[in-house]
Design a binder for this molecule. Structure first.
Ligand code: 5AD
Ligand code: SF4
Length: 432
C-alpha cells in the first residue's frame, strides 16, 4: 500500500510541475512516506530525517531552500513527536490526507516556524481528489479499499488508516480500464482487508471483490489479476469460485494466518481458528490445484509458549507455503497487546524467528527448485541486476532474471526456468 501511496504522491507532484531526481542533494522537495507497523520501521524515519537535515543544511549554505515533508502512518501516530523531535520538517500528513498536498505546499512559505500537520480523518475520500493513476506499464497497483475494522490486538492499522472504506465499483472499473489502456498488463487490487471490499455499484447495490474480479476479467488487454491482502475469515465461496473460473486470476494468494495456535489467535483477536484457515486453503486448492500460498507470521506474541510456536510450525508443514513474511512481535504504543503482562523475551523471539524462517525458506527453495525445467509466462517490468538483463515475475510472484533486450520490457514472455535459489529464478526465452 505504501508503494501505491508513494506512486500517487508522485502523480500529484508531476501534475504540479515537479520532476523526479535520483540525487537527493538536487531535490528542492524531499518527502518520506512512512510505515508504523513495527518499531524498527518507525524509528528508521527519524534516523533518515537526520541524514536529510544535513542535506538541507548543506543546500542552505549554497543559498538553496529545501522543503522536507513526512507522510504516512508514522505521522498519524506520532504527529506531536515529529513536531518536537524534528522541527525542521516543514509539513507532516497522515495517509488519508495526502491529496491535500498541493494546498500544503502552497502554505509552506506562509508557515511560522512550526511544522504544518494534517492528521485529520477527512470526511472526503482522498481517491476522489487524486489525479489519474497513470500507468507505468507492466504491473499496476489499484487501491480498492483502505482501513481496517478488525482491531487485531498487535496492530496499528485501524488507528493509522482508520475505518474500512470501499471505493465505488464504477471508480475501480474506470481506473482499471485506464490503466490497461495505458499499458498495464497486470492489476493488483489493494487493501488492508481487500477481500472485505463492499463498494456500491451505480444502483447503490453493494458488490464484493468476486464481482470486481469478474468485471475486471472482461477488460480487453488485461492479462493478470491479483489481490492483496486478504483476511481469512472474509474469504467466501464466491471468491474461492473465482480461483476456478477466472483464468487470469493468478494462482498465488497471500493469506496471513499470523499464528497456528488457537489460543494465540484468540489473544490476537483474530476471527478465525487454525482449522478455519486450513479449511479455506483446502477449498482454494480444490478450486485451483495449482494455487501457491503465502502468509504473514508473528512469533513471540505475548503468552506464546513452545507448544503454541510448534502449532505455527505445524501449519507451515501442512500448507507448504511457497513464500512468506515472518516477524518478531513488536510492541506498538496504543495497541492492547503492548500492555499484556506476558511478553516473550527478545532472545526467545529471535530463536523462534530463526527456526520459522529456516522452515519457510526450505519450502520456498523446494518450490523454486521444482520450477526448473518448466516453461512459465513472465511479465518483465524491471531492469535486471546486470546489463542486458530484465527482471520479471512469474504467476507465482517469483522474481525471474533473463538475458533479454529492452524490446521485451513490459511484455509477458514464455521463459524456460534454468536455475533457482531461495529468492529468485533465472531462465531463458523459448526460441520459436
Ligand atoms: N509486530 C510484528 N508484526 C506485526 N504485523 C503487524 N503488526 C505487527 C506487530 N506489532 C505484521 C502482521 C501483518 C503484517 C503486515 O505485519 O504479520 O500481517
Ligand atoms: Fe492489522 Fe490486518 Fe489485523 Fe487489520 S486485519 S488489524 S490490518 S493485522
Amino acid at each position: 500500500m505504501n508503494v501505491y501511496d508513494s506512486k500517487r504522491i508522485g502523480d500529484i507532484l508531476h501534475n504540479m510541475g515537479y520532476a523526479e531526481t535520483s540525487v537527493l542533494h538536487d531535490a528542492d522537495l524531499i518527502i518520506l512516506n512512512t510505515c508504523h507497523i513495527r518499531e524498527k520501521a518507525a524509528e528508521k524515519v527519524f534516523s533518515d530525517l537526520g541524514r536529510i537535515k544535513k542535506i538541507k543544511d548543506e543546500r542552505a549554505s549554497e543559498g538553496k531552500t529545501t522543503v522536507i515533508g513526512v507522510i504516512g502512518c508514522v505521522v498519524q501516530a506520532e504527529d506531536e513527536e515529529i513536531a518536537r523531535r524534528v522541527p525542521y520538517v516543514d509539513f507532516a500528513m497522515g495517509p488519508l490526507t495526502y491529496h491535500r498536498l498541493p494546498e500544503t505546499l502552497l502554505n509552506i512559505s506562509r508557515r511560522q516556524g512550526t511544522t504544518i500537520i494534517d492528521t485529520e480523518f477527512p470526511a472526503e475520500a482522498k481517491f476522489d481528489f487524486l489525479p489519474e493513476n497513470s500507468s507505468l506499464g507492466g504491473c499496476s497497483f489499484l487501491a480498492i479499499q483502505e482501513g481496517c475494522n478488525n482491531f487485531c490486538t498487535y496492530c496499528v492499522v485501524p488507528y493509522t488508516r482508520g475505518a474500512e472504506y470501499s471505493r465505488p465499483v464504477a471508480d475501480v472499473i474506470g481506473e482499471a480500464k485506464k490503466l490497461v489502456a495505458t499499458g498495464s498488463l497486470e492489476i493488483n487490487l489493494l487493501g488492508q482487508n481487500v477481500n472485505s471490499y463492499h463498494g456500491e455499484d451505480v444502483f447503490g447495490k453493494e458488490r464484493n471483490i468476486a464481482y470486481l474480479i469478474r468485471e475486471l476479467a472482461k477488460i480487453d488487454g488485461l492479462k493478470r489479476i491479483r489481490y492483496t491482502t486478504s483476511y481469512p475469515a472474509d474469504i467466501n465461496d464466491d471468491l474461492i469460485a473465482c480461483h476456478k473460473d477466472i483464468d487470469i486470476l493468478m494462482p498465488y494468494l497471500h493469506l496471513p494466518i499470523q499464528s497456528g495456535s488457537n489460543k494465540i489467535l484468540k489473544a490476537m483477536n483474530r476471527r478465525h481458528t487454525a482449522e478455519d484457515y486450513l479449511k479455506v486453503v483446502e477449498k482454494l486448492k480444490k478450486a485451483n490445484p495449482k494455487i501457491g500460498m503465502s502468509s504473514d507470521f508473528i512469533v513471540g506474541f505475548p503468552g506464546e509458549t513452545d507448544e503454541d510456536f510448534q502449532a505455527t510450525l505445524d501449519v507451515v508443514n501442512e500448507v507448504k507455503y511457497i513464500q512468506a513474511y515472518s516477524f518478531k512481535y513488536s510492541k506498538r504504543p496504543g495497541t492492547p497487546a503492548a500492555v499484556f503482562n506476558n511478553q516473550v523475551l527478545e532472545k526467545i523471539k529471535e530463536e523462534r524467528l530463526q527456526i520459522l524462517q529456516n522452515l519457510l525458506f526450505s519450502y520456498q527453495l523446494k518450490f523454486n527448485k521444482e520450477s526448473i525445467g518448466k516453461i512459465m509466462p513472465v511479465l518483465f517490468d524491471m531492469k535486471g541486476r546486470h546489463k542486458g538483463q530484465l527482471l520479471g515475475r512469474t504467476p507465482y510472484m517469483q522474481n525471474l532474471h533473463a538475458d533479454l533486450d529492452a524490446s521485451f520490457f513490459n511484455k509477458i514472455v514464455d521463459i524456460k526456468v534454468t536455475n533457482a535459489t531461495t529468492n529468485s529464478l533465472s531462465g531463458e526465452i523459448i526460441k520459436g
